[in-house]
Design a protein around this ligand. Structure first.
Ligand code: NDP
Length: 612
């Protein structure tokens, strides 16, 4: 009876389904099992020592300057969207003495580093590029290309005068709290030893490139680099393509995630021969990019961007909206897979759906969606064996969904070969190339599109440790997982703030979340100034209460992620890692999280915070 009711719900939402869910589930689990490995995250090599050249900055030579021994009010670490938004909101709140410290040679963060050909953002630009109204700017396309995004980050820095006093090409090496003076001592790789009343860390969630621990990785005698440090001196061209130097070259690329999907069409176009070494295929749906319609832009009224960001955020968080302003692949997936479909059926039935009915409906909608993604491969890729290899066998959110219109057609080119490692990954790297299934593929150039560290300790990814009051180290305090109030600060580390993915909520449109965080931190600092306080930090009780809320909303053991094929979303098949991409966040979702912050600010009582 219950089963047939559940099937009725599915029929009402999806129509008659023409697939066997049991068979699909079995296939998904079989594909997952091929890829599960005990070493999980440890399969990757930390980019240091012999490998540190992979993270050198190919885009800028550090400017000569003397070490700094001065004092500033606020140091912001990171000049990406997190640092820029915080800098902007602090300026708006009247703070003047701000210094941004940035490892790259300019502002931009992820868009400074990721300049590979074809780099673009797959979240709609009118939502993704922050502060469009503040800067009176409208992006050129619905989905912006990397150079425009990087230029926008630099325009934000200019608009808020953040170049003044900034330290670019500078890496923080240590942060230590001086309790007697109530200042942070900030040390850097440029010999600086500056004092700061406040520090805010906006290091980004995917800032540290990772390399696969493939046997022989250091033996290759050809040219090699990571996609986040693209070597245009070697390939020629720029982010728009034109990789003329590859015309005579045999090129290999390891990895087929969101980055590879964007650069492979350009590599295919320019290389003499391209070999794509695939472990797991991405799910690649329609992009349909277009230029911005100036007439539409003229109709936009004050407040339009925040309304649009909210509308998108509600839809991609499983909520309902009368209108889908963005109406793209992201909102389409969520409309189908999350609570919205269930709500519509519930309205028709005049009753609430049970948890089991909702879960069943979501699973069936997911199979249907992924079937259409797989059918798209067949409709585009001519060679049957290649098409079969390019089909993803997992649920939609096991890996980041990709949207691209040139990726799949690239495999119809005669010079492009997909080397399917059937979930096992590359076997070995030799002096001459890459070995898969005992076959050596000789190459002139090998590109690593192998992503970024996720799931390792916070301070390891930051690249420095933080020493708080009484010599307590952040790496130790967070050794068994993060401990914060609202994700922003931690007891025993006064005047120190974190922006990003530390026990805050994650949303598809990351700059939206960063803006909410920036507004919040600026609000707290403004209050500290108003009170004449020299320190601000969470109380032990405030932190404990948030930790309890994090535990209450945690979704670590979620069956969904356990059943997923490995990737960074589920910590390479070990989803209970407390430092994980999702597990380190607030499980209640962004809508609720933003509301918690707004209510907290509106209450004006600064619950859980101590001003000293
Ligand atoms: P990913 O971590 O998503 O992909 C890494 C790739 O390397 C995977 O295909 C992985 O295979 C493969 N790989 C790792 N080890 C091996 C091995 N030993 N042999 C063969 N293949 C291997 O990194 P990306 O740089 O692609 O993307 C990272 C994130 O950056 C994205 O998820 C997204 O959040 C963001 N991004 C956003 C974009 C945007 O438009 N906003 C664009 C590009 C990136 P497997 O899947 O089997 O692990």
């Amino acid at each position: 009876m219950a089963e047939s009711a559940s099937q009725d719900v599915v029929r009402m939402a999806l129509g008659e389904v023409d697939f066997d869910p049991q068979a699909l589930k079995a296939k998904y689990l079989e594909e997952r099992d091929k890829r599960l490995r005990d070493d999980a995250n440890d399969q990757y090599i930390e980019v240091q020592g012999d490998f540190s050249n992979y993270v050198d900055d190919p885009y800028a030579k550090p400017m000569e300057r003397d070490p700094l021994n001065d004092t500033v009010e606020i140091v912001i670490i990171g000049g990406g969207f997190g640092g820029l938004l915080l800098g902007g909101r602090l300026r708006e709140a009247g703070f003047d003495d701000i210094r941004v410290i940035e490892k790259g040679g300019d502002f931009g963060g992820t868009w400074y580093w990721n300049r590979y050909p074809g780099a673009m953002c797959d979240v709609e630009s009118y939502c993704y590029l922050p502060m469009l109204e503040e800067l009176d700017y409208i992006p050129e396309h619905k989905y912006s290309f990397a150079p425009e995004i990087m230029a926008h980050t630099q325009n934000i820095a200019k608009h808020y005068d953040l170049y003044r006093n900034a330290c670019l090409s500078t890496e923080v090496t240590d942060l230590s709290w001086d309790e007697a003076e109530q200042y942070w001592i900030v040390s850097t790789n440029r010999g600086d030893r500056m004092r700061a009343r406040y520090v805010a860390m906006a290091n980004g969630p995917l800032n540290r490139p990772k390399l696969p621990g493939i046997a022989g990785i250091n033996d290759f005698k050809g040219h090699t680099f990571h996609t986040s440090r693209w070597d245009y001196d070697y390939t020629g061209g720029n982010a728009s393509g034109g990789l003329v130097n590859l015309k005579g070259k045999r090129v290999g690329i390891i990895g087929t995630g969101a980055t590879a999907v964007q650069c492979i069409p350009h590599l295919g176009e320019w290389s003499r021969e391209l070999k794509v070494f695939q472990r797991t295929p991405s799910s690649v749906d329609v992009r349909a990019n277009r230029t911005t319609d100036p007439e539409w832009a003229d109709t936009l009224e004050s407040g339009w961007q925040y309304d649009r960001m909210d509308n998108f955020n509600v839809l991609v968080s499983g909520g309902d909206q009368d209108q889908d302003l963005v109406a793209d692949g992201w909102t389409d997936i969520f409309r189908n897979l999350t609570g919205i479909a269930a709500k519509q059926v519930s309205r028709q039935l005049g009753r609430r759906l049970s948890g089991a009915e909702k879960g069943h409906l979501m699973e069936m909608a997911d199979y249907q969606k992924m079937n259409s993604v797989r059918a798209r491969v067949d409709s585009i890729v001519e060679d049957e064996e290649t098409a079969a290899s390019l089909k993803p066998w997992y649920r939609q959110f096991c890996k980041r969904p990709c949207f691209h219109d040139e990726y799949l057609p690239t495999f119809n080119r005669e010079n492009v070969h997909l080397i399917d490692t059937h979930g096992k990954g590359v076997e070995r790297i030799t002096e001459k190339g890459v070995v898969v299934d005992g076959v050596e593929h000789e190459l002139d150039c090998l590109i690593f599109a192998t992503g970024f560290e996720v799931g390792t300790g916070y301070t390891r990814r930051a690249g420095y440790d933080v020493t708080g009051r009484d010599g307590e180290r952040l790496s130790e305090k967070w050794g068994d997982g993060l401990k914060t109030l609202h994700g922003f600060s931690t007891h025993g580390f006064p005047n120190c703030f974190f922006l990003g993915f530390t026990q805050a909520a994650i949303t598809v449109n990351v700059p939206h979340a960063l803006n909410e965080q920036a507004v919040h931190v600026a609000h707290i600092l403004a209050e500290a100034r108003q009170r004449g306080a020299t320190t601000v930090e969470p109380s032990a009780a405030g932190e404990a209460a948030w930790l309890e809320e994090i535990r209450r909303t945690a979704n670590m053991g979620e069956r969904f992620r356990v059943e997923c094929t490995p990737g960074y979303y589920n910590n390479e098949g070990k989803p209970d890692n407390p430092n994980g991409f999702f597990t380190a966040g607030y499980g209640g979702g962004p809508i609720k999280f933003f509301r918690i912050l707004a209510d907290w600010r509106a209450a004006g009582t600064f619950d859980g915070i101590e001003f000293g």
